[in-house]
Design a binder for this molecule. Structure first.
Ligand code: RFL
Ligand code: PHB
Length: 392
């Protein structure tokens, strides 16, 4: 069975980028349909980012999505960097006048889905075999099999690929039309979500001879912790007890205790820097992880995804009214921020992780950088400026 439908903007992927874009377009009176391969429950439970830049918070508030964020988000005025057996505080408020907010990506996604559905937005969860065709025409087509098994054909004016790094949209662009810049790292992050109050008032980024560790949080009752592990390690090799023991070793400080609790979720994520440009091919635009990913050390991925669609929504509004100037500038406008974040994330990552087989020279260089960034106000301000984010 085939149904023929129309919309102005077909969006692939109901992550933060696709959902916020659909909402921002609706606020401009532009109609969109979102197609998502997973179920609503899966999208709302997928554990990922936790830190929102000041600009992302402002963007969500301006879009009318700030109510629960303002009630439940936890404002943080700094981070700790731990190395040389000491924990040093970087005070972002003092250094830049800016803060970040801990509000989980799961909550951003729940807020966005609830709002789209309340506003009558169309989200097709559980689709399979999405395909993009006729990209070079003025009426590109997004076809997919819906959750009931019917093949659907959606004629659009524009299609936006917000389907993450492993999605299909980027692959719909001829390889010869994209320039890819990519770097893999020889380690991964093992992340846990634990039902235990955080053992710290601010995030701790710890450099340790056994590898990097990060103590983050989700709420006053829930902690989020990460360990650097080998590139090819399997989660089955990491029973909860082993994870807590390793976290203990890497965060250890005299007089400080890491509180343990039941592990609610755990997984391993490889680390990669990746940028595909340009983020547009004809009537197909890419946004968020579909076009670029950064290692999570700088807490930038979600913020970049939100920033992309904040640029894209007015550009599409103009384009649909016959003016292509903002749409023509979309890729270059976004790439400036993306490359700044890509550099910052690479810099944080290489400063804080132990490369397998690293020699003493490498270690001393990392420690010299960490000492400088915590001792020099100019260097600390640079880190703080990047971490709290760039103007939207
Ligand atoms: P998403 O969130 O990956 O959403 C893509 C959506 O597309 C769907 N999809 C498809 N749908 C239809 N057809 C297909 N063929 C499809 N293929 C995929 C997927 O199911 C999904 O729903 O991309 P988006 O919207 O661009 O958002 C990007 C962010 O998710 C990502 O950058 C961040 O999570 C990265 N990140 C962090 N970012 C931060 O800003 N701050 C952080 O503190 C932070 N911590 C993290 C992170 C990512 C992590 N992992 C697991 C990668 C910590 C971790 C551990
Ligand atoms: C998180 O809370 O998931 C988180 C925080 C900071 C990062 C990465 C992830 O740099």
């Amino acid at each position: 069975m085939r149904a023929d439908m129309r919309t102005q903007v077909g969006i692939v992927g109901a992550g933060p980028a696709g959902l916020l874009l659909s909402h921002l377009l609706a606020q401009r009176g532009i109609d969109s349909v979102l197609v998502e391969s997973r179920s609503r429950e899966y999208c709302e439970a997928r554990q990922r980012a936790g830190v929102l830049e000041a600009g992302s918070v402002a963007l969500l508030r301006e879009a009318g999505l700030g109510a629960r964020l303002d009630r439940e988000g936890i404002e943080h005025g700094g981070i700790y960097l731990q190395f040389d057996g000491q924990r040093r505080h970087l005070d972002f408020r003092d250094l830049t006048g800016r803060t970040v907010t801990v509000y989980a990506q799961t909550e951003v996604v729940k807020d966005l889905i609830a709002r789209r559905l309340a506003d009558g937005g169309v989200i097709e969860f559980g689709v399979t075999a999405p395909e993009i065709a006729d990209l070079d025409s003025h009426r590109p087509v997004l076809s997919y099999t819906d959750a009931r098994g019917s093949r659907q054909e959606l004629t659009c004016e524009v299609i936006v690929g917000c389907d993450g790094f492993h999605g299909m949209s980027r692959a719909a662009i001829p390889a010869s039309a994209l320039t890819i810049r990519e770097r893999g790292y020889p380690y991964s992050w093992l992340g846990i979500l634990a039902a235990v109050p955080p053992s710290t008032d601010e995030l701790i980024y710890a450099y340790h001879e056994r590898g990097f560790a990060l103590h983050s949080l989700r709420s006053p009752l829930t902690s989020r912790l990460y360990l650097q592990v080998g590139r090819d390690e399997k989660i089955e090799e990491w029973p909860d007890e082993r994870i807590w023991d390793e976290l203990d070793r890497r965060f250890q400080l005299p007089g400080w205790t890491l509180h343990r609790g039941p592990v609610l979720d755990k997984g391993i994520t490889p680390m990669r820097s990746f940028v595909a440009a340009p983020m547009r091919h004809g009537r197909l635009f890419l946004a968020g992880d579909a076009a670029h990913i950064v290692p999570p050390t700088g807490a930038k991925g979600l913020n970049l995804a939100l920033a992309d669609v904040a640029v894209l929504a007015p550009a599409l509004d103009q384009l649909l009214h016959g003016d292509s100037s903002l749409a023509g500038a979309y890729s270059d406008t976004c790439l400036r921020r993306i490359w700044r974040s890509t550099h910052f994330s690479w810099w944080m990552t290489t400063m804080l992780h132990r490369k397998p087989g690293a020699d003493d020279m490498e270690t001393e260089l990392q420690l010299a950088q960490l000492r400088y960034v915590t001792a020099s106000r100019a260097a600390a301000t640079s880190l703080a400026e990047n971490y709290t984010g760039y103007p939207t």
